[in-house]
Write a protein that binds this ligand. Structure first.
Ligand code: TXA
Ligand code: MG
Length: 348
């Protein structure tokens, strides 16, 4: 299949691109589109055969549910059975925006879309192109991140092209995604809402609005987002996170890189601008700044993809304080590192 690259230099062209994309969605095809978090791979959520194509294109396990994207509260009424008070409070404050709410699904949502679950994840995105695409398609749009399953989420059209060209009908190029990490997911189906995936809307903001349990605190009680069980956000390179003070971490990483190079491996480091000067071995890739975590989040997946473009086998990565947006950044890094962490704190 030839994948159409929908690019526009002005508003008239963009209208045409979105019109064509909406037609493809209505007819059961797949369109990748930008949102403020990451690019999504969209299909008509009322059409189970279209939804199945998403799983095939991504190589996604069929029990991993899709998020439905809406552009109005009428669409919310179509897909959700009822709207719990916590969901209403969160939607009032954060929609349109980078927040996904899990609610009980209505009968109109096919089980093929929810991986067989009786609940559904719903997001009202704030990105203009995403909203216009849903409006013109006139259907809720099922859309996971537009990457091959297991790879870092795409934050530019070129990332989608690299992963899915030839497997989907169209990509709308809307430039880079402003936030760069996926939406915060909150399960509102239980007594107290639970954060299933941290994002740019912080757990503190969610708790202030809805009063909630934090996902990590009670693993037995917290229902997980199925997708968070799978290997994820992972480049080919084997990543290890190193936690510790600036100079201590740099000393350790420089010597680990020297060791890896002796064994004939191509090694590198992901480090923030503040500590860049301490690194003198291997390929050094900067990952934003400690003092501007929004910018760091926006560039995170691009940096993870760069590891592979550089052909790195082994990568060491410095850590971020797990506070505010740092929680979501570390959540993605730890999963990209498949839990490999060296903790130097407490060592002399
Ligand atoms: O920012 C985002 O959320 C992006 C953009 C495109 O909207 N989408 C995204 O989708 O990240 P995806 O499929 O890559 O991640 C959705 C996560 C998965 O871990 C999935 O298991 C979980 O949400 N999820 C979806 N529906 C769920 C449900 N009913 N119950 C629990 N978890 C659910
Ligand atoms: Mg994903």
């Amino acid at each position: 299949m030839d994948t159409i690259m929908g690019r526009a230099a002005n508003q008239t062209q963009l209208d045409k691109v979105i019109e064509e994309a909406a037609r493809i969605l209505t007819n059961g095809g797949l369109v990748a589109f930008p949102t403020e978090t990451v690019y999504g791979l969209g299909a008509n959520a009322r059409n189970k055969d279209a939804a199945k194509k998403i799983y095939e294109a991504k190589g996604r396990p069929s029990d991993n549910p899709l998020i439905l994207h809406i552009c109005s509260y009428d669409m919310l009424d179509e897909v959700a059975d009822e709207i719990p008070p916590a969901a209403k409070a969160l939607a009032d404050r954060f929609w349109p925006g980078p927040l996904t709410l899990i609610m009980n699904k209505s009968d109109r949502v096919p089980l093929e879309v929810t991986g067989g679950l009786s609940t559904v994840g719903v997001r009202f995105p704030g990105h203009k192109i995403a909203l216009e695409l849903i409006r013109r398609s006139k259907v809720p749009v099922a859309a996971p991140s537009a990457n091959v399953s297991g790879r870092p989420s795409p934050t530019r059209a070129s990332h989608v092209e690299y992963d899915l060209s030839g497997k989907i009908d169209m990509i709308i190029d809307g430039g880079s995604c402003g936030i760069g990490i996926e939406s915060t997911i909150v399960d509102t189906t239980g007594g107290s809402p639970v954060v299933l995936r941290p994002g740019s809307i912080t757990e503190k903001e969610i708790a202030e609005t809805a009063g909630c349990l934090l996902g990590g605190q009670n693993p037995d009680a917290a229902p997980k987002a199925p997708g968070t069980m799978y290997k994820h956000y992972s480049p080919e390179a084997k990543i290890t996170i190193v936690k510790g003070g600036g100079t201590q971490t740099a000393g350790k990483i420089n010597s680990l890189i020297a060791e890896a190079e002796k064994q004939g491996k191509k090694a590198g480091v992901l480090v923030t601008e503040e500590y860049r000067a301490l690194y003198n071995k291997g390929t050094v890739i900067t990952l934003g700044s400690m003092s501007d975590l929004s910018r760091t989040a926006a560039h995170l997946y691009k940096a993870l993809r760069e590891l592979d473009f550089n052909g790195l086998d082994i990568v060491y990565c410095t850590a971020f304080p797990e506070d505010g947006l740092g929680v979501a950044i570390m959540n993605r890094l730890i999963r990209a590192a498949e839990n490999r962490i060296i903790d130097l704190r407490g060592e002399k």
